[in-house]
Design a protein around this ligand. Structure first.
Ligand code: PMP
Length: 395
């Protein structure tokens, strides 16, 4: 290794470790379900985005195996060369039905989708109004487009309005986009989409909602745009297929001309191999399951409400979540890491989330109950929270 690189890495890694900002990555031995095994130890898992428990669903596993038997393990090429199988076409029809739009396009991940979609329509002559707490992939997607990025204070509609007005009146930009998470994953709050749409109409803004944490969760499972009945108003409905949907991938749902454009101009679609057949078949069935029944959705919310009430009663600061995502805000980064480590030692897997994922001084342990947790698992988790909370003086 070059000396300069070696010195750079050693110095910076040590800095992160000294500040308690270096996250160790644990390997899960086996499936990522409501209970997981790490280092041979069974832990109640409150750290996955597998909201509906579909990642380990028996029916979906069988659907994926059948598709592998028929189509093989790989799509064979990028979509435009010959990687588009009839499975991908069916998935995109199902996604459009799920999101209530004319059409949809799928990508290999939600992250990829934000890299693809923003830069396909925005360029250096444009501006993007972006919520200050938007996900890293949105931030990177905006940067890639070379548009002027104007961050507005988190869910602050007065600030958004003022910045939209200023951008519009400056006459500097051809197009202006407003972009937001549908559900903010660190606090579990929901974007104020009705107000955003109103401001967008006033200043002729393109609207872009990344509902990675809302699909399957809000709007009776159909997501945050549906929750507010705004399917006709939002230009880009973005999502991931890796969280509530349980598999992997990302998508944009919208008007047909938008999707046609993304098929010829979005680079991850044009230059990266398509999602595998087993995954695509499982995703398509998962979407149908969510549309056919709200049973898993209802169980998720029941579990979320139960965990929240329990943690609040114990005296934890659980923020102002409007979804099953339940942060326990601790503050200090090192204490947050210690808290999370002690939870693991006692049998709960709930990860510390610290800077730079959240602002400095707002370290938290984030809990994500899922539909397949039992009451007994959640009660056990609460008992462990109480023990560790008292031990570390957090409650
Ligand atoms: N957008 C948001 C808002 C997310 O929270 C995430 C996942 N953390 C992504 C995109 C990326 O999705 P994926 O994991 O499918 O790449």
């Amino acid at each position: 290794m070059s000396k300069i690189l070696d010195a750079f890495l050693n110095e910076n890694l040590q800095n992160l470790r000294d500040q308690g900002l270096y996250n160790e990555i644990d390997a899960v031995e086996g499936a990522n379900g409501p209970v997981i095994t790490i280092n041979g130890k069974q832990l109640i898992n409150l750290s996955s985005n597998n909201y509906l428990g579909l990642a380990t669903n028996e029916e979906l596993k069988q659907v994926a195996k059948d598709a592998i038997d028929r189509y093989g393990v790989g799509a064979g090429a990028v979509r435009t060369i010959n990687g588009t199988m009839d499975l991908h076409v069916k998935l995109e029809e199902k996604l459009a039905e799920f999101k209530g739009t004319e059409a949809a396009i799928s990508y290999q991940s939600g992250f990829n989708c934000n890299m693809a979609a923003i830069s396909a329509v925005m360029d250096k002559n444009d501006a993007i109004l972006s919520d200050q707490l938007n996900h890293a992939s949105i931030i990177d997607g905006c940067r890639l487009s070379k548009a002027k990025i104007i961050a507005y204070n988190h869910s602050d509609m007065e600030d958004l309005r003022a910045k939209a007005k200023e951008a519009k009146e400056s006459g500097l930009y051809n197009k202006i986009m407003v972009i937001t998470d549908g559900v903010f994953s660190m606090d579990g709050d929901i974007a104020k989409l009705p107000e955003i749409v109103e401001i967008a109409k006033e200043f002729d803004l393109i609207t872009y909602v990344d509902d990675a944490h809302g699909s399957g969760v809000t709007g009776k499972g159909k997501g945050t745009v549906k929750h507010f009945g705004l399917e006709k108003e939002i230009d880009f409905q973005i999502g991931t297929l890796s969280k509530a949907i349980g598999v992997v991938g990302g998508y944009v749902a919208g008007k047909k001309n938008l999707i046609d454009w993304l098929k010829v101009r979005s680079r991850p679609f044009l230059f990266s191999t398509a999602v595998t057949p087993g995954d695509v078949a499982a995703i398509t069935r998962a979407l149908q399951m969510i549309m056919d029944s709200t049973e898993l959705h209802d169980k998720l919310w029941e579990n979320g409400d139960y965990l929240k009430a329990g943690l609040k009663k114990l005296g934890f600061n659980i923020g102002a979540s409007e979804t099953p995502i339940t942060p326990c805000i601790i503050g200090d980064e090192k204490l947050t890491q210690t808290f999370s480590r002690r939870l693991v030692e006692e049998g709960v897997y709930a990860k510390a989330i610290v800077f730079p994922t959240v602002p400095k001084g707002t370290g938290r342990v984030r809990n994500m109950p899922i539909a397949s947790h039992t009451k007994e698992m959640l009660d056990n988790a609460l008992a462990i929270y109480e023990k560790v909370g008292k031990e570390l003086g957090v409650i």
